[in-house]
Write a protein that binds this ligand. Structure first.
Ligand SMILES: [Zn+2]
Length: 270
């Protein structure tokens, strides 16, 4: 299993980051993709990959990008800084980037500008996109449309949209990231209804730790903090809803992640 969305730079991991990584390995994960949400966080994410390279070889990778919440605060040369980060072998995608009109922490026009620039950067560098979208599907999709065949892959991370939106993403050949949102019978019901329609070769799994702790973890953890070692609970939930085998989901999503993000092959590591 590969967790394609871990906010490992989050301060909630400051005290025991190494233990968190170790527990992920014990839970049979083969890799983590650390999410970069702005230039500084993307630098920190890369630094973690470098720092733990010897202790956890070929296990940590990162993304470089600016989250829509941070769009108002980009520096003049942020694209150049992202480009520099993307030169490193451990950086596997441009993102997290996208649009979030749910709370508009950044002005919508600025979100669209910063998002468009990063999409163009991904095309220029021929790197996959790690995408965020909330309450902005149409403008988000419109920005991506001209680039559908110009970037190697697009990943709709933490998908929580409608059936129509899912259909549109899949028709566009996007990959769909499923989080612990699926394990929430109240707000996750819509996702539970449509998860079976995601083709297995387009499915990716992610914890979005420290957020979105699966509500299905037993025994219930004392802390509300999510971590990558809980990824199997998401696989389990997908299996129980779709009727697919857990092993098959774990295997296929790992193959997908390896292909999209150019991770070392699981086969080689077995
Ligand atoms: Zn997100």
């Amino acid at each position: 299993m590969i967790d394609i969305g871990v906010n490992l730079t989050n301060k909630r991991f400051d005290k025991d980051r190494e233990d968190v990584i170790r527990r992920a390995q014990m839970a049979e994960l083969n890799g983590l993709l650390i999410t970069g949400t702005n230039v500084e966080e993307s630098q920190k994410a890369l630094l973690l990959c470098q720092q733990y390279q010897t202790e956890f070889p070929k296990f940590l990778y990162s993304t470089a990008g600016v989250h829509p919440h941070d769009a108002d605060h980009v520096s003049i040369d942020y694209l150049e800084q992202l480009k520099q980060l993307a030169l490193h072998d451990q950086v596997k995608a441009i993102g997290e980037c996208g649009l979030d009109f749910n709370r508009n922490f950044s002005a919508p026009a600025q979100q669209q500008k910063v998002f468009s620039e990063q999409v163009a950067l991904a095309a220029e560098l021929q790197m996959p996109l790690f995408l965020h979208q909330r309450d902005a599907f149409e403008p988000w999709f419109a920005i991506l449309t001209p680039y559908l065949d110009k970037v190697p892959a697009m990943v709709a991370h933490c998908f929580t949209g409608s059936k129509a939106e899912l259909t549109q993403c899949i028709s566009a050949d996007m990959y769909i990231g499923i989080t612990g949102w699926l394990c929430d019978e109240r707000r996750g019901q819509n996702l539970r209804d449509i998860v079976s329609t995601i083709p297995l070769n387009r499915l990716l799994i992610e914890t979005d730790a420290p957020y979105l702790t699966p509500r299905t973890i037993r025994p219930k953890p004392k802390s509300s903090r999510n971590e990558p070692s809980y990824l199997p609970f998401i696989v389990k939930e997908i299996a129980s809803i779709t009727g697919l085998d857990q092993e098959q989901i774990a295997w296929q999503t790992s193959c997908n992640a390896e292909r999209v993000f150019d991770f070392p092959s699981t086969k080689e590591m077995l």
